[in-house]
Design a protein around this ligand. Sequence first.
Ligand code: NAP
Length: 435
Amino acid sequence: MRHIAIVGSGPAGYYTAEAAAKLWGDDVRVDVFDTLPVPYGLIRTGVAPDHQSIKKVSMRYEKTALTDNVRFVGNVEVGKDVSVGDLQELYDAVIFATGAPHDRQLGLEGEDLGNVIGSAAFVGWYNGHPQFASLAPDLSGRHAVVVGMGNVALDVARILSKTEAEFAGSDIVSHALDALKGSNLETITILGRRGPHQIMMTPKELGELMHLERASPQVEKDDLPPEGDDAILEPGLRKSVTLLRDFAAIPESIHGETPITIGFDFFANPNAFLGDDGKVKAVEVERTTIEKGRAVGTGETYQIPADIVITCIGYRSSPIEGVPFDERAGRFANDEGRILPGLYCVGWAKRGPTGTIGTNRPDGYAVIDLVAEDIGNGSRKRGRDGFDELAEQRGLDIVTFRDWQKIEEAEAAAARDGSPREKFVDIESMIAARG
Ligand code: NAP
């Protein structure tokens, strides 16, 4: 028998559990831990609430979760309730699938001003992550600045632009929907330190900006390289740049008709956030030019009004005591998923915050191949029986998958018309809902 602990119940965690169950069948027991009483990590609290089709992948994880040899162990924080050493004593392999939950910092003056918010916090807020549910961003101003040109920046700009009707069918939490309904935003400026050929946005997500009810995307024609230069781009990026060209062709009159303009400001590197009374009022930006693919400052600076700033520049993993961490890269120090004997990582905790949900599938299968090489037929560790004893000794209140199903039913019952669920946004309510 092999005993495997997976820390984190998001896509990386469940694809890894699936791989273990597939490889070893009845000869493995997998415990999937999560700090929250609810599973699915980024699917629940990261994927945009208006992207329900992406969230449907959780049905696949549920299938894995319901097999006899895989179990969900929610409401347990590894590093606090139990140590990594505790898990290593009980399990043949401990695999960190903890993602990258913290915002990277720009390290700029004024970053700590009020209403300068990282995307982990902002996305967590509109998705009802208990850690960020009380964020209360101030949306009363007219100007928003979104820093970064990746898909998270697009999610944020789109969510800030949508009308209440456009959230029909989504599971945006009520506190966010109410706040967005009262928003006074008129311009959303997306800042990219490099140019149109260096955006990280993918075509499907970029194309959504064309179909917003009250917002229109705006690109300056002069920022676009000659059309012939697009030929060297890989096909996905070429499609994205073609969309930017479409945005540049939108007549000025259309921007006049839509209450919100989403402007793309390329070659624009934030220098500092400027405030008034502790709250952000503007972003100082330096014009850049591109040299060998890198943004280089020109010395020319200007200011953009900003009543709210959301930085969408990537994420860092959370270090856990006793596990080697690569501070510079912001993830566990690892060699293709191996950290130390018996300790592994997978997904964003292994490779950093890149790729799609699906990228985690091969990652999960690959880490199980490594574990299989290393642990052979397993040892005589006690696995889940030992864990249950430890949990009892420590008085841990474990939330099982069956409990989660009750929480899920209660969320579905509380949903607005047409919405799949109204999420509980604090841990106490989640636990109370299991009955
Ligand atoms: P990302 O794709 O890496 O984009 C980060 C952006 O921030 C880049 O434009 C980057 O510019 C910019 N940036 C980084 N450091 C900066 C700095 N110091 N100053 C100014 N700009 C800076 O990251 P992400 O948007 O957080 O997305 C993370 C992953 O999740 C990606 O793989 C993304 O595709 C995925 N995702 C997918 C979806 C979807 O499929 N619907 C939705 C959300 C997220 P440079 O390129 O110049 O560094």
